[in-house]
Design a protein around this ligand. Structure first.
Ligand code: ADP
Ligand code: TYD
Length: 204
């Protein structure tokens, strides 16, 4: 039985929601106990975060709202990990580093480091993070029909986010997948990365 903590990351439209659902379904069909969750959460803190995006509270307040939502979510994640389930999370800490890292540019020194320092002492590190890499233009095309596109229209902003993801992905915690392929092909690669990483970690 596989257990551990796996996160899915990438820019909007990279396919995280589609792929994490397909992966969860396959793992469940194989008999694993899977808990699929996402951020921002569906709680009032997650809703507060979405408000922060609509209104202009500023990048610092926005950053700490995302961290607050995560801190509360972590309790729920921990409770499933304690039951030795396999937790899959559609967006997690690297979303804050990549997006708020871009938003905080010019406001604080080394934004990603600033955000990591504010969270690493209480945060749970994923066993594996799967980054779906897709060119900004293609990702944007995929989500053109979405209602709240204001932020996503800013291609320059999303390019900074993508560059932040690439920087974060230098860590060995990451596996980077080409997200331009079919969802089935991506899901198969994600499944094999999960199997490999969690089996190796549990052998230690
Ligand atoms: P995200 O959660 O990263 O924002 P979604 O999974 O919601 O992305 O996908 C955004 C849109 O792109 C959806 O309409 C989805 O059906 C489509 N999509 C996702 N992955 C692929 C893919 N690999 N190829 C083509 N379309 C895709
Ligand atoms: P999204 O995955 O689209 O969730 P939902 O569709 O449920 O609202 O996330 C909403 C936006 O929030 C998306 O543009 C990415 C952004 N975001 C951050 O900027 N920082 C974070 O820490 C997280 C989790 C998301």
């Amino acid at each position: 039985m596989l257990h551990g903590f796996v996160t899915f990351e990438g820019i909007d439209g990279s396919g995280k929601t589609t792929v994490s659902r397909l992966v969860a379904k396959s793992l469940q069909a194989q008999g694993h106990r899977v808990y699929l969750t996402s951020e921002p959460t569906r709680t009032w803190l997650g809703e507060a975060v979405r408000h922060a995006f609509d209104g202009e509270v500023g990048a610092v307040a926005e950053s700490f709202l995302f961290l607050a939502d995560r801190a509360a979510h972590l309790k729920e994640i921990q409770s499933h990990l304690e039951k030795r389930e396999l937790v899959l999370c559609d967006r997690y800490a690297d979303s804050t580093y990549a997006y708020q890292g871009a938003r905080l540019e010019g406001l604080v020194d080394d934004p990603i480091r600033f955000l990591q320092r504010a969270s690493e002492s209480w945060m749970l590190r994923p066993d594996l993070t799967i980054l779906l890499r897709v060119p900004v233009e293609l990702a944007r095309k995929r989500i053109e029909g979405r209602p709240n596109l204001v932020r996503f229209e800013d291609v320059a902003f999303l390019k900074k986010v993508a560059a932040n993801y690439d920087r974060l992905a230098r860590s060995r915690r990451f596996v980077v997948l080409d997200g331009t392929r079919s969802t089935d092909a991506i899901s198969l690669d994600a499944l094999s990365a999960i199997q490999k990483r969690l089996t190796r970690l549990r052998k230690r």
